[in-house]
Ligand binder design. Structure first.
Ligand SMILES: NC(=O)C1=CN([C@@H]2O[C@H](COP(=O)(O)OP(=O)(O)OC[C@H]3O[C@@H](n4cnc5c(N)ncnc54)[C@H](O)[C@@H]3O)[C@@H](O)[C@H]2O)C=CC1
Ligand SMILES: CC(=O)[C@H](N)C(=O)O
Length: 288
């Protein structure tokens, strides 16, 4: 990519070049675009798990914020990438696997906003020629960021607990299978789709899949390294219901065919990478 990818900063950013509401601040967004010679808008800003408790704000950030991005893209001839999610599906979607094109009736403001983004991006692509690209991410597993309360976060928290106390209390049933992906695969897929020639793309919203596992599968794999790990289950009925409305896997043959998507991390590699990154020293530093 010849020009910069600029990350919109969040509301609490200490970056002096950014002020106000990030993605909601049209003037500020324009300044960033112009001053940084931006060519791609990579739009990650979102209210996810917390969105449900403040729907008005979630609507502003997740829907109005994306409208700002679209307007800016047309004004300045930019290309747009936005991630979507397994949350863009719902109870009435096929679950194993979820195809790229199917019924999507999510019941959270986060999921509804993501479907909205998929459709608006595709509309702008067909109507105005916007180069819009979107990947539906599975649950992303990363050692770098602390779990923020999302339903897939158990699969991050378990590593921190395993190293810190040797005990993890899981809020999902042991047989709940969800699609997941290690962060390195996610970032590589994102760069790959940004760099793919437009002529290779047969759709603008792609599913990407890596691995699917249950809390029990994950526990067994971690125990190969940390045999003393104890896991107990206290199921949160709300979370369990949410997880059961999501796909267990995503059908991603189009991405594999169009731009060569292929994940590197299976379950053993993911566990190895997470435990390598989460050391007791790091956990101590985070606690202080
Ligand atoms: N983490 C995951 O498992 C998955 C993530 N995704 C997508 O990836 C993207 C990043 O996800 P995460 O890092 O997990 O989310 P996150 O919730 O950790 O981060 C979202 C960021 O948006 C920022 N933000 C909120 N309001 C803003 C505003 N008005 N202007 C600018 N920034 C604002 C927040 O401060 C936060 O830094 C999101 O679009 C999410 O939907 C999709 C599927 C799975
Ligand atoms: C899949 C997601 O978008 C997120 N990680 C969540 O669990 O809500």
């Amino acid at each position: 990519m010849d020009r910069k990818i600029h990350r919109e900063n969040d509301l609490t950013s200490e970056d002096p070049s950014i002020s106000g509401n990030g993605a909601l601040d049209h003037k500020n967004l324009r300044e960033i675009v112009v001053n940084n010679n931006v060519s791609w808008l990579v739009h990650y800003a979102v209210l996810s798990a917390v969105g449900e408790s403040n729907v008005t704000l979630a609507r502003d950030v997740n829907i109005t914020g994306f409208h700002n991005v679209l307007d800016m893209a047309l004004e300045h001839d930019l290309r747009v990438f936005v991630p979507s999610t397994i949350r863009a599906f719902g109870h009435s979607s096929p679950r194993d696997p979820a195809p790229e094109l199917c019924v999507q009736r999510p019941r959270t403001i986060y999921g509804v906003a993501k479907v909205h983004a998929e459709l608006m991006g595709e509309y702008y692509h067909h109507q105005y020629g916007l180069d819009f690209r979107c990947l539906r991410y599975p649950g992303i597993i990363s050692a770098d960021s602390q779990p923020g309360g999302s339903t897939t976060d158990y699969a991050v928290q378990i590593f921190h607990s395993a190293v810190k106390s040797g005990h993890f209390e899981c809020n999902l049933r042991s047989d709940t299978r969800l699609p997941m992906m290690y962060i390195d695969d996610c970032l590589r897929a994102t760069l790959q789709v940004l760099e793919a020639p437009a002529s290779a793309l047969t759709t603008r919203t792609y599913n990407i899949n890596a691995l699917s596992f249950t809390p029990r599968d994950l526990t067994q794999e971690i125990r190969k390294v940390l045999p003393d790990l104890r896991v107990s289950y206290r199921v949160d009925p709300l979370r369990q219901a949410i997880a059961e409305s999501w796909p267990m896997a995503l059908e991603d043959s189009t991405a594999r065919r169009d731009w060569g998507w292929k994940h590197d991390y299976g379950l053993p590699e993911l566990v190895q990478a997470m435990l390598t990154h989460i050391t007791p020293g790091k956990l101590l530093a985070q606690a202080n």
